[in-house]
Design a protein around this ligand. Structure first.
Ligand SMILES: Nc1ncnc2c1ncn2[C@@H]1O[C@H](COP(=O)(O)OP(=O)(O)OP(=O)(O)O)[C@@H](O)[C@H]1O
Ligand SMILES: [Mg+2]
Length: 243
């Protein structure tokens, strides 16, 4: 790495393997980039390399930098994600400030406005954790698939992730949509059903919730009817073949 770029990486000995692969394109070209790499893979330093590329273009012979000649805009989906960015040279913006809904429209608007106002080449650098549709996103960001798209799968995680199901403990599952909550719950129910473990944990809770009035409608198989005292205003028996 050239001397002038090194102070930006003060506490680091070398670039990691993700950064090394993106290095040439990031620091020595003006290609648009989409970098998809797992959490902790070091994407911020790739952004740093692209910032240095722009600053280098505006370096005077005496080493001073002509800061009026360029603009760097950092767009992030939430304010919390830009807290670490020094705003003296970088314009930071989030959808919250813009008061509009989608990230796509923020990028679109930022890009279009910049092109209209400056007429100069604008370099777009997208950083993301692994995306299933990274090629679509690359096309949207005007990234050349052969030159600017860098995709690193989960084998590039600095800390490998193993999947376990901790059956005895409580589990909180975050999903990306409302529809997905029901879908996930159904999948868990089906697995429990297949393993004949459905009644294990939740039966008592459901009974208690109903007894205390927190659940308004309880749909049950005949098993609950045997030996359980759950008073209800209305009882519906939908078919009586199994009773
Ligand atoms: N070359 C390097 N040498 C040593 N440490 C590094 C190097 N590159 C990055 N790090 C450190 O690794 C950590 C993770 O880096 P970073 O936050 O950039 O990851 P990220 O890819 O942006 O992850 P996320 O998707 O979670 O935002 C940081 O603490 C950073 O300082
Ligand atoms: Mg990051």
């Amino acid at each position: 790495m050239p001397d002038w770029a090194q102070p930006a990486f003060e506490n680091m000995v070398s670039l990691n393997r993700v950064q090394s692969k993106v290095y040439e394109t990031a620091l020595f070209s003006a290609e648009n980039i989409l970098l998809c790499a797992p959490t902790g893979a070091g994407k911020t330093n790739v952004a740093m390399l692209t910032i240095l590329q722009q600053i280098a273009l505006n370096r005077n012979d005496d080493g001073t930098i002509n800061h009026d000649n360029y603009k760097i805009i950092y767009v992030a989906p939430m304010k919390a994600l830009v807290a670490e960015i020094d705003e003296t040279q970088i314009i930071v913006t989030t959808p919250e400030k813009w008061d509009i809904i989608t990230r796509k429209s923020v990028i679109d608007r930022t890009y279009t406005q910049l092109i209209e106002t400056t007429k100069d080449h604008i370099r777009l650098v997208g950083l993301s954790a692994t995306l299933p549709n990274y090629e679509d996103v690359a096309i949207f960001l005007r990234v050349k698939l052969d030159k600017g798209l860098f995709h690193f799968d989960n084998s590039y995680r600095p800390v490998p992730l193993a999947q376990h199901i901790a059956g005895k403990h409580q589990v909180l599952i975050f999903v990306h949509s409302r529809k997905e909550t029901a879908k996930t719950a159904r999948a868990i129910r089906d697995t429990a059903l297949a393993n004949d473990t459905l009644g294990k944990a939740d039966r008592q809770i459901v009974e208690d919730l109903f007894a205390e009035g927190h659940v308004q409608v309880l749909v049950s198989t005949a098993t609950l009817a045997w030996g359980v005292n759950l008073p209800a205003h209305t009882v519906i028996i939908k078919g009586n073949t199994n009773l």
